[in-house]
Each structure stands twice: as structure tokens, then as C-alpha cells.
Ligand binder design. Structure first.
Ligand SMILES: *[C@@H]1O[C@H](CO)[C@@H](O)[C@H](O)[C@H]1NC(C)=O
Ligand SMILES: *[C@@H]1O[C@H](CO)[C@@H](O)[C@H](O)[C@H]1NC(C)=O
Ligand SMILES: *[C@@H]1O[C@H](CO)[C@@H](O)[C@H](O)[C@H]1NC(C)=O
Ligand SMILES: *[C@@H]1O[C@H](CO)[C@@H](O)[C@H](O)[C@H]1NC(C)=O
Ligand SMILES: *[C@@H]1O[C@H](CO)[C@@H](O)[C@H](O)[C@H]1NC(C)=O
Length: 192
């Protein structure tokens, strides 16, 4: 509830700022900085994301996990659709896991726990300085958590390199076949 209230307040404030217009540019910048501080739990994370992906200030990173592996696309007869991934990640501290899609739900299977992410309501945007070949970065709400990731509230993906399919279209002859495009990224699991 608190998070929702903050987000609503933030949206209202940005509308006000837009309405205030040109003359208020310095005030607008100061307000944006203040807002960023209110939302931002980590200066390091803030450098990796635009403000729209910021995390409420009461949250902390439980695990920060660089990972790599293929983004998996399946040809549906005309287009390559993203259907899975098989990313092995290794967190600071040595903990390991695999990120894949189980029954269309993004899943993060740690050796000591399990958590899934809601795609509904997720925010996905290009990372700062991203190339067209890089997958977007995201923030999604976590659910179905257990073990060492029990209670995780947000999952973020930052610093993505690669993973976009170079050719969005495929042929009828390729229908049902898959292709894997390698990428790397950092996954963070946040407790609030
Ligand atoms: C592709 O193959 C699937 C079964 O593997 C089939 O259901 C689907 O209709 C096919 N796509 C097209 C466009 O024919
Ligand atoms: C294949 O995927 C494209 C892009 O997602 C979609 O527009 C199209 O409707 C899909 N075709 C079938 C047969 O599902
Ligand atoms: C995922 O990657 C691992 C390690 O490379 C491999 O052993 C496994 O077979 C892959 N799983 C799938 C579903 O592709
Ligand atoms: C998580 O990975 C383990 C192997 O490390 C496997 O036994 C288990 O079935 C996986 N859990 C899910 C929900 O896929
Ligand atoms: C939680 O994940 C497990 C493993 O994929 C699945 O069997 C179960 O149905 C999920 N529970 C919920 C509430 O989504």
C-alpha cells in the first residue's frame, strides 16, 4: 500500500511539473532530484536505470546476480517469438541459479530458493546507451517466492548486452523451430 501511495504521489508530481513548464526548469530539476532520492535505495542502481525503474527507498538488494545464456525464440510461422531463456546466474557471494520461463512465467530458480516475476505491470525500457541488439532492462514484481528468496518484492534486470533476435521474421518452413541468442545481464532481487 505504501509503495502504491508513493507511486501515485510521484505521478501527480510529474504532472504538476509538466504543467509548470519551461520557466520552472531549475525547480523541476531539484524536485526530480528530491524524488529520485525518495525512491532510490542505491546510488549504484540509480546509475543503471532511468527514474521510471527506480525502487522505493525502503528496499534493499538481497542478491545481485550477473548471468549469461541464451534468450530462446520460437518461430510461429511468420515471427520469432520470445518463448524462453536459459540464463545461468552467479550472485555476489557465490550463490547460483537459472533464469527460465516456466509455463509462460519468468522464473528464477536458485540452488536455495525459487521466485517468479509478474509480466503484467512490469516496466521494460531500453537501458541507458543500449544498442538495438540489447534486450531491454526491466523491473517486475515478484511472487511465488520460497527458500532463500522468500519475501522478495521486486526483480530487476539491468546492464543487458545482446539477446535480441537479429531477424524478427521467420518462414513457414521454420515454424516450431527455435533459436537461441546469447545475452548477459545483472539480475537483482529486492526485499522491502
Ligand atoms: C505452426 O505449427 C504449430 C504446431 O507446431 C501450429 O499449431 C501452427 O498453426 C503453425 N503455424 C502456422 C502459421 O501454420
Ligand atoms: C506470430 O507472432 C507475431 C508477432 O508476435 C504475431 O503478430 C502473429 O500473430 C503470430 N502468428 C501466429 C500464427 O500466432
Ligand atoms: C540450459 O543450460 C544448461 C547449461 O548450459 C544446459 O545443461 C541445459 O540443458 C539447458 N536447458 C535448456 C532447457 O536449454
Ligand atoms: C530448480 O532446479 C533444480 C535443480 O537445480 C530442479 O531440481 C528443480 O526442479 C527446479 N525447480 C523448478 C521449479 O523448476
Ligand atoms: C509456484 O511455482 C511452482 C514451480 O513452478 C509452481 O508449481 C506453482 O504452481 C507456483 N505457484 C503459484 C502460486 O504460482
Amino acid at each position: 500500500m505504501r509503495i502504491m501511495a508513493r507511486m501515485v504521489a510521484r505521478t501527480a508530481l510529474s504532472l504538476l511539473l509538466v504543467a509548470a513548464g519551461w520557466g520552472a526548469a531549475p525547480a523541476q530539476a531539484a524536485a526530480a532530484r528530491a524524488l529520485r532520492q525518495e525512491m532510490a535505495p542505491s546510488a549504484e542502481y540509480s546509475t543503471l536505470v532511468p527514474a521510471v525503474l527506480e525502487i522505493p527507498s525502503m528496499c534493499t538488494t538481497k542478491y545481485s546476480c550477473p548471468g549469461a545464456g541464451p534468450q530462446i525464440y520460437t518461430c510461429n510461422g511468420s515471427h520469432w517469438e520470445n518463448t524462453n531463456s536459459n540464463v545461468t546466474f552467479k550472485c555476489e557471494g557465490g550463490l547460483m541459479g537459472v533464469h527460465s520461463v516456466i509455463a509462460k512465467v519468468p522464473s528464477y530458480n536458485f540452488t536455495c530458493g525459487f521466485v517468479q516475476g509478474h509480466t503484467q505491470g512490469q516496466i521494460m525500457v531500453p537501458g541507458p546507451g543500449a544498442m538495438p541488439s540489447d534486450l531491454p532492462i526491466y523491473r517486475r514484481e515478484a511472487f511465488n517466492s520460497s527458500g532463500c528468496v522468500m519475501g522478495v518484492k521486486w526483480i530487476t534486470r539491468t546492464d543487458t548486452k545482446g539477446g535480441q533476435t537479429p531477424t524478427p521474421t521467420c518462414t513457414m518452413a521454420e515454424n516450431g523451430t527455435t533459436e537461441g541468442i546469447d545475452y548477459s545481464a545483472t539480475f537483482k532481487f529486492w526485499m522491502c
